[in-house]
Design a protein around this ligand. Structure first.
Ligand code: NI
Length: 284
């Protein structure tokens, strides 16, 4: 029966051809951002012995990839204030914060960028995303980052009842604990929308200070990666809490450049509760 013999081999051949076609077309599926990051990381992975070549082949302003010093400041302290946008420190410490994730693709990519620089950041996660991607939260904790509460649904808190606020905060608190075993110590109000009554109640009920920011690159408006990086670098001063969002690809693309330029300027990255603990006179 010739037909029954040829059909399977034809199927095999066409499957092989399909697999080859997919393999060949995969690189074309990558976004330009991925290609920029990968090119840069490859360049810098082999760069130290050949720095001049490294500089000339970097795709944007060339800065050596820095290595953030490990800072042994205590974690988990929340200070005495209801709210912080910056902390008065004697050394050039800053805290990088990323809101609204985790994102299943962009956040792991960002974690890779942070890891190669020994930078510890703080992630203000949305509860529904935290519940959907608990493995990314576990990776954050395993790699020394801090996780804060950004409500369940990115809610505009001033419009909610006391019960509504409690539900929004409680859901995310539980999702973070369930995923990592580490309770969050700080929160960030979505849109920065809060008031003194809310801040007081959130501190009383959850122990969280409300964490605002001193540097806002407006990256959610997608002005372009280079603009995001420039805004972060030019606005950062010591003690600053820096805002960015790990749900936008151009923000992730901006990070190697922004972080390396800040490291080159001597800034040392710590988490939010470390920054609070490093405040002059300890927790302020
Ligand atoms: Ni947000």
């Amino acid at each position: 029966m010739p037909t029954s013999n040829t059909t399977p081999s034809l199927r095999f051949l066409s499957l092989t051809a399909l697999a080859l076609a997919i393999a060949v077309s995969l690189p074309a599926c990558r976004t330009p951002e991925e290609l920029v990051i990968n090119k840069r990381d490859q360049v810098f992975a082999t760069g130290s012995s050949n720095k001049k070549t490294t500089h000339s082949s970097a795709s944007y302003q060339s800065v050596d990839r820095g290595w953030n010093p490990s800072v042994s400041a205590p974690r988990g302290g929340t200070g005495n204030k209801l709210s912080y946008s910056r902390v008065s420190v004697s050394e050039p410490y800053v805290a990088m914060t990323f809101d609204d994730g985790p994102h299943p693709v962009y956040t792991p990519r960002l974690l890779d960028i942070l890891k190669t620089r020994n930078i510890k950041a703080t992630f203000y996660v949305v509860g529904t995303n935290a519940a959907a991607y608990p493995h990314i939260l576990r990776r954050m904790i395993a790699e020394g980052h801090e996780i804060g509460n950004h409500t369940k649904s990115h809610a505009y808190l001033p419009k909610l009842s006391a019960t509504g606020v409690r539900n929004e905060m409680g859901f995310t608190h539980r999702a973070i604990v369930q995923a990592t075993g580490v309770p969050p110590k700080t929160m960030r109000p979505p849109y920065g929308a809060s008031n003194s009554g809310l801040r007081t109640r959130i501190k009383q009920e959850f122990g969280y200070p409300s964490i605002m920011w001193a540097v806002d690159p407006q990256d959610w408006k997608r002005p372009g990666s280079q603009v995001v990086a420039n805004r972060i670098v030019s606005a950062t001063t010591k003690g600053a809490i820096i805002l960015a969002h790990d749900i936008h690809a151009p923000t992730i693309t901006a990070m190697p450049n922004a972080l390396d330029r800040l490291l080159a300027k001597g800034y040392k990255f710590v988490t939010v509760t470390q920054l609070i603990a490093l405040g002059e006179g300890g927790a302020e």
